[in-house]
Write a protein that binds this ligand. Structure first.
Ligand code: F6R
Length: 365
């Protein structure tokens, strides 16, 4: 049932304040402002020297954001690769290490093959899945649930923000176990997570402005997305979402890589979407953005009110999201990139819920 929405994808985008709250209530004790994992861990975060993450598509981008969190908040080195590369790379893995697989469906063939490889190497196998009765869940030593409810739209939306919410919780649990996070810092991070659903609801309210931008975006042939730090995977996710449902060519780039090649593409016909809410890196990203503006590039900046002020003039469009703690900013930034892709596809008249050539569950390699 799509409710009042035209597509399942729209319904699922709009459900996110509730789905994020739901996932949060599984991982977090809001009263105590602490992460409280209900799963029995067959390993101790304190003993790990490395975390290996493997997934495909949007689930991979969730892992790519989580890498920043585990490394920063738990000082736990993370290796991450798309499952289709990981499985054939056959990387050496230390016995007793932890491998984590992220999958909405729990049936993705490459992710499952990567899991079986890790199990064969004596790794502890953990998975983050939405479908509890799936093959990946069955073959894992510990299953962390995504809990976003069934996702019908082929393009993943609410599964991503719920995966990120769960991963944020896991990174805090790891940080505590490894003695990296003080109780106060844990409280702070949990409060940032608790404030997220209301911020997501506010970000969803920017829809009418996004529709206006999407109308122009639907005329583009190529779109570049830029982000730095944890916003880099969000830039890649934005590009993936746009190409899969609107069929417009898009690429996500690390903002600092711009001058190493893609800046050659910049002209007034190629929109450049910059994902840059204010954080300790925002000035760097905004200066990359100015390089685009100086070459006549049309910029769509996704930021908060403070970021917009720092950005100054010369920006064609600014999408303002609420200011949140930089820890949870990548989760919030998913909302405008989803809405942009969705409305662009609606203008293009594509089959948003069933894009051509794509399947919801990719059970072949
Ligand atoms: C993108 C999308 C795909 C999936 C990928 C992994 O919108 O839906 O990229 O994220 O096929 O699927 P799961 O999470 O089921 O393993």
């Amino acid at each position: 049932d799509k409710g009042n929405h035209r597509h399942f994808m729209a319904k699922e985008i709009y459900e996110q304040p509730e789905t994020i709250s739901h996932t949060l209530s599984h991982y977090v004790d809001m009263g105590a402002e602490k992460v409280a994992l209900r799963e029995t861990l067959p390993f101790d975060f304190a003993d790990l020297t490395r975390l290996t993450i493997s997934a495909c598509g949007t689930a991979y981008f969730a892992g790519a954001v989580a890498k920043y969190w585990f490394e920063r908040h738990a000082r736990l080195p993370v290796d991450i690769d798309v499952a289709s590369e990981f499985r054939y790379r056959e990387p050496p893995l230390e016995k007793g290490g932890l491998s984590l697989f992220i999958s909405q469906s729990g049936e993705t063939a490459d992710t499952l093959a990567a899991l079986r490889y890790c199990a064969g190497q004596g790794q502890h196998v953990a998975s983050l899945v939405n479908t509890q009765e799936s093959t990946i869940a069955r073959e894992s030593d510990v299953v962390f649930p995504i809990l976003c409810g069934p996702e019908i739209g082929v393009a993943s939306t609410k599964a991503l923000t719920a995966q990120l919410t769960a991963l944020a919780g896991l990174s805090i649990a790891a940080g505590r176990a490894r003695g990296v996070l003080s109780a106060e810092r844990e409280n702070e991070l949990v409060r940032a997570l608790t404030a997220l659903p209301a911020a997501v609801a506010k970000a969803l309210a920017a829809e009418s402005q996004i529709i206006d931008i999407a109308k122009r975006l639907s005329k583009a042939k190529d779109v570049l997305y830029l982000g730095r730090g944890p916003m880099f995977p969000i830039a890649m996710e934005g590009a993936l979402k746009l190409k899969e449902i609107s069929y417009i060519h898009a690429e996500g780039y690390a903002a600092g890589e711009l001058k190493h090649g893609p800046i050659a593409l910049v002209d007034e016909d190629m929109p450049v979407i910059v994902v840059a809410p204010s954080d300790e890196l925002v000035d760097k990203t905004l200066s990359n953005m100015q390089e685009v503006a100086a070459r006549g590039g049309k910029i769509i900046l996704i930021t908060d009110a403070e970021g917009a002020e720092t950005a100054g003039h010369g920006i064609s469009d600014v999408i303002i999201v609420p200011r949140v703690d930089s820890f949870v900013a990548p989760i919030l930034a998913c909302i405008p990139v989803q809405l942009l892709a969705y409305h662009t596809a609606v203008f293009m008249g594509t089959d948003v819920d069933q894009p051509r050539n794509l399947a919801k569950s990719v059970t072949v390699e």
